[in-house]
Ligand binder design. Structure first.
Ligand code: CU
Length: 67
């Protein structure tokens, strides 16, 4: 199990937080995701590198940037 803090830019409200959280939780291999609006971070626990790549793609697909 890996854990990583993704820096997400473009989140401005709780709707964004929920969109990112739901998108990340939908990725195969993700067991946990906590999104912090003030810090602009999404902290996720996931299984492997494939899941990590998919997490970034899922966030981008929602219209945010991973920096
Ligand atoms: Cu928003």
């Amino acid at each position: 199990m890996k854990e990583k803090v993704f820096n997400v830019s473009g989140m401005s409200c709780n709707h964004c937080v929920m969109a990112v959280k739901e998108a990340v939780m939908d990725v195969d291999g993700v067991s946990e995701c906590v999104v912090d609006l003030e810090k602009g971070t999404a902290t996720a626990k996931f299984s492997d590198d494939t899941a990590e790549t998919a997490i970034v793609a899922a966030i981008v697909e929602e219209g945010f940037k991973v920096v």
